[in-house]
Design a protein around this ligand. Structure first.
Ligand SMILES: Cc1ncc(COP(=O)(O)O)c(C=O)c1O
Length: 366
């Protein structure tokens, strides 16, 4: 059955194309997870993650699990029952944050914004002036709508309070700047399968000293053993490492190579490549009678929500792109199901030749 898997141009909301160097890294021999050579690889991964996330945080590690493990870990470690949590919601992943925080017994307040529109900083300021919160959470790149939330404007508002600031950068990391220290964010997580161009399977996470302090002062144990950072740090930090769980060795090789590729190209150059691919797509769509859902100023370069024209069966277009052109694009989620396609220009996918191939294929199937 594996023989049926052939190369598809991945232009959906993730996973994105994985480069040959990352695939080769994954194929290297598996070694023991406490082998000194593997510990050295772990340390290099932590250091390169700090570069990618623009942070000096000591606690910067990839969690074993997909982006959702990053979300779960971010709430389960830093939220205790009864804590007041403010979640800024303008899409599916903000809704998920609310669900995760609620399951932990937090008092969750949802500040909701229209899907397809960004979070409005003035409303965040008003909410924080009206109530006091232990944690404020936002999704930087809302993958369900293609909106970039103005984290750089929200961050100083949260910084004026005692709340921890939690940011989801699953889709943004590697595609636009994720400036953890400049934002003053306390907990930031991501995923590997989007702009890092690595297969799905790890969730980079970084925590500020303020965040670690909150963790130390918890009055109840972290209710999830696997994602408990107080235990995980004994495996990822210090001169003597002790077993917590068996790290997914070959996935860590893959992330090591993907981060090396990002740093070799340069963060700025990688971000410019994503922007250029996005502009090429946005310029080409009107020629096919297509338009973007999100206003120009709030568009994500790596996730383009394209409005499905009246009378077009969006699922049949996606199916024909896959069957006749080996191109995958994504469907809309929730209230946007049937109304948009989601075109990912993430990592290795964000290249002009891929945009041109998609535009030609869309011209054919439409
Ligand atoms: C913004 C955002 N957060 C969290 C997730 C969950 O990540 P995963 O599907 O890797 O578990 C996704 C996945 O698309 C996402 O886009």
């Amino acid at each position: 059955m594996l023989n049926t898997v052939t190369e598809t141009l991945l232009m959906g909301p993730g996973p994105s194309l994985v480069s040959q160097s990352v695939r080769d890294a994954m194929a290297r021999p598996t070694i023991g997870h406490l082998d000194p050579r593997f510990i050295a690889i772990m340390d290099e991964v932590k250091s390169m993650l700090r570069t990618a996330m623009e942070t000096g945080n000591d606690l910067t590690i990839p969690l074993s699990g997909t982006g959702s493990a990053g979300m779960e870990a971010s709430f389960v470690n830093f939220v205790e029952p009864g804590d007041a949590v403010l979640v800024l919601i303008n899409g599916v992943f903000g809704l998920r944050m609310r669900e995760v925080a609620s399951r932990l017994g937090a008092k969750v307040t949802a500040l909701e914004f229209d899907w397809g529109q960004p979070v409005v900083p003035g409303r965040v300021r008003a909410a924080l002036a009206a109530g006091s919160y232990d944690l404020v959470a936002v999704v930087h790149a809302e993958t369900s709508t293609g909106v970039r939330n103005p984290v750089e404007e929200i961050a100083p508002i949260v910084a004026g309070t005692d709340a921890l600031f939690l940011v989801d950068t699953v889709t943004s990391l590697g595609g636009v700047p994720v400036s953890v220290d400049a934002w003053g964010a306390d907990i930031v997580y991501s995923g590997t399968q989007k702009c890092l161009s690595c297969p799905p399977g790890l969730a980079p996470l970084t925590v500020s000293e303020r965040g670690r302090d909150r963790l130390r002062r918890r009055t109840s144990p972290v209710p999830n053993w696997y994602l408990d950072l107080t235990l995980l740090t004994s495996y990822w930090e210090g001169a003597k490492r002790s077993y917590h769980h068996t790290a997914p060795i070959n996935m860590i090789y893959a992330l090591h190579q993907a981060l090396a590729n990002l740093i070799d190209e340069g963060l700025d150059a990688t971000h410019r490549r994503h922007a250029a691919a996005h502009e090429r797509l946005a310029a080409g769509l009107p020629r096919l009678g297509l338009s973007m859902l999100v206003d120009e100023g709030s568009r994500l370069p790596m996730l383009n929500a394209v409005t499905v024209p009246e009378g077009v069966d969006e699922a049949s277009i996606r199916r024909r792109l896959l069957e006749e052109h080996d191109i995958e694009i994504g469907a809309g989620l929730g209230p946007l199901a049937g109304k948009i396609w989601r075109v990912g220009l993430m990592g290795e996918t964000a290249r002009s030749e891929h945009v041109d191939r998609l535009l030609a294929a869309l011209g054919d199937v439409l």
